[in-house]
Design a protein. Structure first.
Lengths: 261, 272
C-alpha cells in the first residue's frame, strides 16, 4: 500500500531523511523507532503528504505522491481523507470552539448529511471514552483529553491509515494503557497503523514490525519487533537504550536500561 | 474497549469523491510562514557574522552610512557609496545577493515612480539624488540584516545605551516568532490535512487558529515570566557580551573611514 523508495529530505540543507526505503502493507501495524531528531516525525509528515521527498519516490496504492499532485485540490483532499495524521502536539490540531464541532469538522466538509455526522461524532466520543467532553472547549482540556479529541477528529474521517507521532508522550500511565489497548483493537479491525516513538514500553503489544532509525537519519533495521527488542547492541548503537551500573549486595554489575521501561 | 466496540462505518472503506475548493489562503500562509522560519533558522545556523566583523561596528557604520547618505548633497558621494555597497554585495552568496537586490530595486523603482512627476516639471535633482540614496540605504540595511545574526545585532544595541530590559524584549520577541511560528505552521498543516472537502466557513477555522494562538502565546508568556522569577528575575536584566577586535575589524573601519573622507571631500569640492 505504501512504497517509499530511496527517499531523502532535508530542512534548509540540514538532512532529516537519508535514502529511506520501505513498504507498508494494508492492515499492518508498524512502529518507527529512534532517538530524538533521527527523522521519525519527518517520515510521518512525508507519509501524510505534508512534505514531499527531495529525491526518491513515495507511492500510495501504486500512485506516486508528488508536490504537483498534492497541489491539485481534489487529489489532495482525497489523499488526506485516506491518511489520518495525529500530531505530536495535539493542541495544534484543535481549532474549533467545542469538541463536538471539532469531531464533526471533517465529516461536514465531506458533505455527509447532518444525521450521519451526529452519528459519527457520537460513535467517536463513545469509542474514545470522551462523551463528557462533548461541549467543552478543546483548549481547556488536559493533555490526555486533547490527545483523545485529536484522535477522534481524525477517526471521524474514516481514514485507511492512522499515523500517530509520539502518541504516548506526555500521557499519564492509565491513559497510556488505554491508548495502547485502543490502537491494538483499531489495528485488529483491519486499519493500517503507523506510529513513531522512542518509548519502548508498549511496543511489542502495539506493533509486530519495527523500523529502527540511525542517528544519521537512515534506517538501521526493519524487522520483527521481538527481534529488534532483543538486539541489545543495535538498540545501544542507535541510542535507544543506555547502560548503567549499580550494586546488588556489594557486587557491581551492568545491565541495560530501556528508556521508560 | 474491544474490537467489537468499533462502529460499523469505521470498518467500511469510505467511498468519497471530494469537491474542489479554494485553499489558496492556507497554502499561501504555509509558504510565507515557512519562508520566515527557514530564514531565521538559516540565520541561527551562521557560525559567525559576515567575515567575522564585530556586529557592533557593522551596526554603527551602517547607521552612520545612512545618515551621511541622507545629508549628502553630492551626487559623486552617492555614486561612490553605491559602488562601495555593490562591492560588498559581490562578496556575498548568490542567494543573498538576489534577495537584497530584489528588495533594493523594488523600493528604488517605487521611489522613482513617485518622483517622476517632479522630473516632468523640470526638477531632475530630486529624482537623480533621492532614488540612488534610497537604493543605497535599503541595500545597506539589507546587507546588515542578511550578514549578521539577529542576536549579535540586538546585543550591539547596547553600544547605543539601549536599556538592557529592551534588549531582553527584542531577544524574547525573536524567540517567540520562531516558537509561535512553528506552532501556527503545525496548526495550518492540521487544518490543511483535515480540509478534505468543501469548507463553507473558512473564516471560522482561521479565527479558531488565531484564538488558539492567542491562548498559547498567553500561556507561554506566563510560563516564561514564572520561569524567570524562579531564576531570580526581579525586574532588572543585565546583558553581557565580550568585545572582540580582529584584523578584519580594522580593515572594515579603514574602509568606512575612506567613505567618511569621501563624504567630506565630495561635499566640499563636488557639491551637486
Amino acid at each position: 500500500m505504501i512504497e517509499i523508495t530511496n527517499v531523502s529530505y532535508s530542512y534548509s540543507n540540514i538532512p532529516a531523511l537519508k535514502n529511506i526505503s520501505l513498504n507498508i502493507l494494508k492492515g499492518e501495524s508498524v512502529t518507527l523507532m529512534g532517538a530524538n531528531g533521527c527523522g521519525k516525525s519527518t517520515l510521518l509528515k512525508l507519509i501524510s503528504g505534508i512534505i514531499t521527498p527531495d529525491s526518491g519516490s513515495y507511492k500510495y496504492h501504486g500512485e506516486e505522491i508528488t508536490e504537483k499532485k498534492l497541489r491539485d485540490s481534489k487529489f489532495s483532499k482525497l489523499f488526506h481523507q485516506k491518511i489520518g495524521f495525529v500530531f505530536q502536539n495535539s493542541q495544534t490540531q484543535l481549532f474549533c470552539p467545542e469538541v463536538y464541532d471539532e469531531i464533526a469538522f471533517g465529516p461536514r466538509q465531506m458533505g455527509i448529511d447532518e444525521a450521519e455526522v451526529e452519528n459519527r461524532v457520537k460513535d467517536c466520543l463513545k469509542l474514545l471514552d470522551i462523551e463528557g467532553l462533548k461541549y467543552r472547549a478543546p483548549y481547556h482540556l488536559s493533555e490526555g483529553e486533547k490527545r483523545k479529541v485529536a484522535i477522534a477528529c481524525v477517526l471521524s474521517l474514516n481514514p485507511e491509515v492512522l499515523v500517530l507521532d509520539e502518541p504516548l508522550n506526555g500521557l499519564d500511565p492509565r491513559t497510556q494503557r488505554w491508548l495502547v489497548e485502543f490502537l491494538i483493537n483499531f489495528n485488529k479491525s483491519g486499519k493500517t497503523l503507523i506510529i513513531s516513538t522512542h518509548n519502548l514500553e508498549f511496543l511489542q503489544e502495539i506493533s509486530s514490525r519495527a523500523i529502527l532509525f540511525n542517528e544519521d537519519h537512515s534506517i538501521a533495521a526493519d524487522m520483527a519487533m521481538e527481534n529488534i527488542l532483543e538486539d541489545i547492541d543495535l538498540l545501544k548503537k542507535v541510542n535507544l537504550i543506555d547502560e548503567y551500573y549499580h550494586k546488588h549486595v556489594g557486587n557491581k554489575h551492568s545491565h541495560f536500561h530501556l528508556h521508560n521501561y | 474497549m474491544t474490537e467489537k466496540d468499533i462502529p460499523e462505518w469505521l470498518l467500511k472503506n469510505e467511498n468519497y469523491f471530494p469537491q474542489s475548493d479554494k485553499d489558496t489562503f492556507i497554502n499561501k500562509s504555509i509558504t510565507s510562514l515557512l519562508g520566515v522560519l527557514s530564514h531565521i533558522r538559516r540565520q541561527s545556523g551562521h557560525k559567525t557574522d559576515l567575515f567575522g566583523i564585530n556586529a557592533t561596528f557593522s551596526v554603527i557604520f551602517t547607521i552612520l552610512f545612512i545618515i551621511l547618505l541622507s545629508v549628502s548633497r553630492s551626487l559623486f558621494f552617492v555614486i561612490t557609496a553605491n559602488i562601495y555597497l555593490l562591492l560588498i554585495l559581490c562578496l556575498l552568496k548568490g542567494e543573498d545577493i538576489m534577495v537584497i537586490l530584489k528588495t533594493s530595486f523594488g523600493v528604488a523603482a517605487f521611489t522613482f515612480i513617485i518622483l517622476l512627476p517632479t522630473a516632468l516639471y523640470g526638477n531632475f535633482y530630486s529624482i537623480t539624488m533621492i532614488t540612488p540614496k534610497i537604493f543605497a540605504s535599503v541595500t545597506a540595511i539589507n546587507i546588515l540584516s542578511r550578514t549578521n545574526r539577529w542576536d549579535s545585532i540586538i546585543s550591539a544595541l547596547k553600544t547605543f545605551f539601549i536599556p538592557d530590559i529592551f534588549i531582553l524584549v527584542l531577544d524574547v520577541t525573536i524567540m517567540y516568532i520562531v516558537l509561535l511560528g512553528e506552532f501556527s505552521l503545525d496548526m495550518l498543516y492540521a487544518l490543511k490535512l483535515r480540509s478534505v472537502g468543501k469548507n463553507k466557513s473558512k473564516q471560522a477555522s482561521l479565527s479558531g487558529i488565531v484564538g488558539t494562538m492567542f491562548i498559547k502565546s498567553k500561556e507561554m508568556a506566563e510560563d516564561t515570566y514564572a520561569a524567570m522569577r524562579c531564576r531570580g528575575f526581579t525586574g532588572e536584566y543585565h546583558t553581557y557580551r565580550k568585545f572582540k577586535f580582529s584584523f578584519v575589524d580594522s580593515l572594515y573601519i579603514i574602509a568606512n573611514a575612506i567613505i567618511i573622507l569621501c563624504f567630506i571631500y565630495f561635499g566640499r569640492y563636488f557639491r551637486k
